[in-house]
Write a protein that binds this ligand. Structure first.
Ligand SMILES: [Zn+2]
Ligand SMILES: [Zn+2]
Length: 767
C-alpha cells in the first residue's frame, strides 16, 4: 500500500477558532499520522497516509471547518514519508509564532455554550462569561501578539485546575480557548447602584428589576458599554433620549430571538439569517405600523427598525431571567416579550466608554445603575449595522463581529495605510491581497476621538505586523487624519498621498468588487472637498485607477450659513427659492425662522455654493415642510425616504430636470415648492430623481463607451434611491456596482483611499 506525506499550509482565520483540535480529530479519524501547529502563516499540517485519506483530508478541511474558521487558501507540498505513527498537536513556543496570522472577530455565544449556560447541573450554569473555541470575545481583548491568553485581558485570571485541564485537552471544545473561564477562576459581575456602591444579591435579577421599573442601566458588553432601558416603557425611552441628548436619532432594540420581532417588522428574505449571524450585527428591518405603536420613540418617522439578538452570555441571562429562568433551550425558540433599547454609551459624541472607572464618572448622570465586570475591554468596538439591500447584505457601520476580518482584493500589492474622512471615521490597512478596515472610530470633531484614531493606527499596524509604504488621506488640509498622515509619512519616510473624497468613494466600491478598468462613478454624498476647493457631493466621475476626471456635477446651489445650511433644511429650501428667482417668497414662507429676511438678503448678495446631493435632499425636505431643522445628520433625507415609502411609488412627472453635462433638478424643486401633499411630493422627488440620474449617467456612459457604473457616497443608504436606480440602470443596459462589505458613506472612505494609493505607487513604480 502506498504511503504519501504532504505539508498543507492553511491561511485565513484559523487561529483561536478550534482549528487544531478539528484537524487532530479529522486526521485521527482518517488514520493519518503527522502533526498540526499554529505558525506565522496560519496553520501548518504535515499528514501521512494513503492517497485516498490525504485527499479526504484536503476536502474535509474546507467542508467541515469549525464555525468561526475562514479558509482563504490551502497550499499543498509533497514530502518524503517519515517514521511517525500517530497524529499530534504541536505547540509553537517561538515568540514570532502568530506573527501575521489573522485574529478572529468577537463572536456570539454558541449553541453548545448556551446549552451549558441554561443547564442547572452544569458548573457554568448562569455564568456570564462562558465561552469556547467556537464563540466568545477575541479582537476586543487582544493586547498584543501572539494570540494567546497572556497577550489578552484574560491574563489577569489564572485558570483553575478544571479549566486548565479543558484548555490542555486536544479533544475538548475549550482546547486553547484563550478566554476560557468558570465561576471559580474567571471574571465576575457587579451591579453598581446610584450611590456608587455594589448592589448585594443576584446582579442579573437586580438589573432586570431596575429595567422593568423604567430605569436606565449601563451594561458592559464586548466592545464597550451600552445604555439600556425597557423598549416597551415610553417614559424610560424618553428619559434615555433626554439624558443622552439624543432627541430623535433612531435607537436599536435587542430581543431574545427573531420570532419576538414578528409583530413589528416585515421580514425580507435573508433578514433573519443576517440577524442570527455569529457577528450579531444590528440589522435594519422594514417597520410595520405596530412598531410605531408598541415601541414609541424608537425610530420616529423612519421606514426602518434597527434590531439585534443577544451576543454575550450576559445579554442572554437578562432574557433568561425575564422568562423565569427556564432550563434548556426550548424557550429561546419562542417569542419573548422583553425588548431592550441598547444604545452605545458615548456621551456627547465622545468615544464609546470601555473601562470601569470611566463608566463610573462619565455615565453617572446618564445611567441609574452600572452592570460591570472585571474583564477589561482592550479595544473599543461599536456594534455593526447592516441591512439587506437587493437581496444582499450591506454594511452601514462596520465594527464588532467583523473587525479585523479582511476584505479580499483581486490582487496583491504594497502595504498602505489610509486615514479615512472626518465623519464616521475608520482606517484601512492593505496587506497582500486583503484590506483591513478598522472598526468605526467616530466623528473627528472631538479631541478624544482624534486620540482614539491615533491609538487605532498603532494597534492595527501591530496586529497586522505592517510597515506601510504610503499613507493616504483626504484632500482636506485641516482634518486630523491629514495631519496625522503627513506626520507618519515623514516619520516612516514614505509618501503621503491625498485622495479626493468622491474619487475615494468610487474607489472603495472598485476595491471590494475587484474592478481594475475604467468605470463611471456616480458619487452621491453629503460633502467632500473638491479639486477646485469647492464643496462637492453630486458628481459624475470617470475613474481609472489613480486617475479621476469630473465629467459633470449637480447644478451648484447656494450654501447660506455654511455648516448651519447642512443642519437646517429651511436654509437650503431658501437657496433653491433664490435660484428660482423667488427670493421674495423666503421671508413669508419661513416666517417662523427669525433669520429668514436676513437669509434672503444674504442669498441676494451671493454665498458659497455646493454640488452636494445631500443638500438637494435637504432643500426638497425644506420646501415640502418635512423638516425645517435636523436633529441628526441625514435626518431630512431619511424622513423624506420614510414618507415616500409610506406613500408608495408614483410615476415621474415629465419635464422636471435638465440632464446635460451637468444635472439640473431645479424644475423639480420648483414643482415641490407648490406641492401641498408632502407624501406625494416625497414620492415624486424620488421618482424624478431616479429618472434624472439614470438619464444623466446613461448619456455619459454612451459618450465614453462604458457600461459599468460604480456607486458610492452616503446617499446610497437611501434604499428607495438605490433600488430605483438599480432598475433604471438595468433598463438602460448599464451594470451597477454598490458598496457591500464597506459602508457606502464615509465609513468606507479609507478603503477607497488605500486602493487609490496603491495605484499611485504602481504608477510611480512603472514611471
Ligand atoms: Zn461556545
Ligand atoms: Zn475555572
Amino acid at each position: 500500500m502506498t504511503v504519501e506525506r504532504q505539508r498543507l499550509v492553511v491561511r485565513g482565520v484559523v487561529q483561536g477558532v478550534g482549528f487544531r483540535p478539528f484537524v487532530y480529530r479529522l486526521a485521527t479519524e482518517l488514520g493519518l499520522s503527522g502533526w498540526v501547529r499554529n505558525d506565522a502563516l496560519g496553520v501548518t499540517i504535515e499528514a501521512q497516509g494513503t492517497p485516498v485519506a490525504l485527499s479526504a483530508l484536503s476536502a474535509r478541511l474546507r467542508a467541515d471547518k469549525p464555525p468561526l474558521a475562514r479558509i482563504d487558501s490551502i497550499e499543498t507540498t509533497a514530502l518524503p514519508p517519515q517514521a511517525d505513527a500517530l497524529f499530534a498537536i504541536r505547540l509553537n513556543h517561538s515568540g514570532a509564532a502568530a506573527g501575521t496570522a489573522a485574529i478572529g472577530p468577537d463572536s456570539a455565544t454558541c449553541p453548545a455554550c448556551l446549552a451549558e449556560l441554561f443547564d442547572p447541573g452544569n458548573r457554568r450554569y448562569r455564568y456570564p462569561f462562558i465561552n469556547c473555541t467556537d464563540c466568545g470575545p477575541r479582537y476586543t481583548l487582544v493586547r498584543h501578539l501572539p494570540y494567546e491568553r497572556s497577550g489578552t485581558s484574560m491574563a489577569a485570571f489564572p485558570l483553575c485546575e478544571r479549566c486548565q485541564a479543558e484548555y490542555e485537552d486536544p479533544l475538548h471544545r475549550r482546547f486553547h480557548a484563550e478566554p476560557n473561564a468558570c465561576p471559580d477562576c474567571g471574571p465576575r459581575l457587579t451591579l453598581i447602584g446610584a450611590d456608587g456602591a455594589a448592589v448585594p444579591g443576584d446582579a442579573i435579577a437586580a438589573t432586570l428589576a431596575l429595567l422593568r421599573q423604567g430605569r436606565i442601566v449601563a451594561i458592559k458588553g464586548l466592545g464597550g458599554f451600552h445604555l439600556a432601558c425597557d423598549a416597551n416603557h415610553p417614559e424610560a425611552v424618553a428619559r434615555l433620549r433626554a439624558r443622552k441628548d439624543r432627541e430623535a436619532k433612531p435607537l436599536a432594540v435587542m430581543v431574545a430571538n427573531s420570532a419576538s420581532l414578528d409583530a413589528w417588522v416585515d421580514w425580507q428574505p435573508g433578514d433573519a439569517d443576517l440577524l442570527g449571524q455569529p457577528a450579531r450585527p444590528i440589522v435594519l428591518l422594514q417597520k410595520r405600523p405596530a412598531a410605531e405603536r408598541d415601541l414609541p420613540g424608537i425610530a420616529p418617522g423612519l421606514a426602518w427598525l434597527g434590531a439585534m439578538l443577544p451576543y454575550t452570555p450576559l445579554h442572554y441571562l437578562l432574557f433568561h431571567e425575564a422568562a423565569g429562568r427556564p432550563s434548556g433551550l426550548d424557550w429561546l425558540a419562542a417569542p419573548q416579550p422583553l425588548a431592550l433599547v441598547m444604545t452605545s454609551a458615548n456621551p456627547h459624541g465622545e468615544p464609546l466608554v470601555i473601562d470601569n472607572d470611566a463608566a463610573r464618572t462619565e455615565l453617572a448622570g446618564l445611567a441609574d445603575a452600572i452592570l460591570l465586570h472585571d474583564r477589561a475591554i482592550v479595544t473599543r468596538c461599536d456594534d455593526s449595522v447592516l441591512r439587506q439591500e437587493a437581496g444582499r447584505a450591506q454594511f452601514l457601520r462596520r465594527g464588532r463581529g467583523y473587525t479585523p476580518l479582511g476584505i479580499p482584493l483581486s490582487r496583491s500589492g504594497p502595504a498602505v495605510l489610509a486615514m479615512g474622512g472626518f465623519y464616521k471615521n475608520a482606517l484601512c490597512a492593505m496587506r497582500g491581497d486583503q484590506a483591513f478596515l478598522s472598526q468605526h472610530i467616530g466623528d473627528l470633531d472631538r479631541v478624544a476621538v482624534c486620540l482614539a484614531q491615533e491609538g487605532t493606527v498603532s494597534h492595527l499596524l501591530h496586529l497586522l505586523q505592517l510597515t506601510p509604504q504610503a499613507v493616504a488621506h483626504d484632500l482636506h488640509p485641516d482634518f486630523h487624519g491629514t495631519r496625522l498622515a503627513q506626520r507618519l509619512a515623514d516619520e516612516w519616510r514614505v509618501p503621503a498621498i491625498a485622495v479626493q473624497h468622491h474619487h475615494a468613494h468610487i474607489a472603495a466600491v472598485l476595491a471590494e468588487h475587484g474592478v481594475d478598468r475604467p468605470v463611471l462613478g456616480l458619487a452621491l454624498d453629503g460633502v467632500g472637498l473638491g479639486d477646485d476647493g469647492q464643496a462637492w457631493g453630486g458628481e459624475l466621475l470617470l475613474v481609472d485607477g489613480a486617475r479621476c476626471r469630473r465629467l459633470g456635477h449637480l447644478r451648484s446651489i447656494g450654501l447660506p450659513g455654511g455648516d448651519r445650511a447642512a443642519r437646517e433644511p429651511w436654509r437650503m429650501a431658501s437657496a433653491a427659492l433664490a435660484l428660482m428667482g423667488r427670493g421674495d417668497d423666503i421671508a413669508p414662507r419661513f416666517a417662523a425662522e427669525s433669520g429668514a429676511p436676513q437669509l434672503a438678503q444674504m442669498l441676494a448678495r451671493g454665498v458659497a455654493h455646493t454640488t452636494s446631493m445631500g443638500r438637494w435632499f435637504d432643500a426638497a425636505a425644506g420646501l415640502l415642510g418635512v423638516a425645517a431643522r435636523m436633529r441628526y445628520e441625514g435626518q431630512a433625507a431619511m424622513l423624506l425616504e420614510g414618507l415616500a415609502a409610506r406613500h408608495g411609488p408614483v410615476p415621474a412627472e415629465p419635464g422636471l430636470y435638465h440632464a446635460g453635462a451637468d444635472l439640473d433638478l431645479l424644475p423639480l424643486l420648483a414643482r415641490l415648492a407648490d406641492e401641498t401633499d408632502a407624501g406625494y411630493g416625497a414620492a415624486l422627488f424620488h421618482a424624478v430623481l431616479i429618472e434624472a440620474l439614470a438619464d444623466w449617467t446613461a448619456t455619459a456612459a454612451c459618450a465614453h463607451g462604458l457600461d459599468l457604473v460604480a456607486c458610492g457616497g452616503g446617499c446610497w443608504l437611501n434604499a428607495l434611491l438605490s433600488q430605483g436606480l438599480a432598475r433604471a440602470f438595468e433598463a438602460r443596459g448599464l451594470r451597477m456596482l454598490t458598496a457591500r462589505q464597506a459602508p457606502p458613506g464615509d465609513g468606507g472612505l479609507a478603503l477607497g483611499q488605500a486602493w487609490v494609493a496603491r495605484h499611485v505607487l504602481d504608477q510611480s513604480g512603472r514611471a
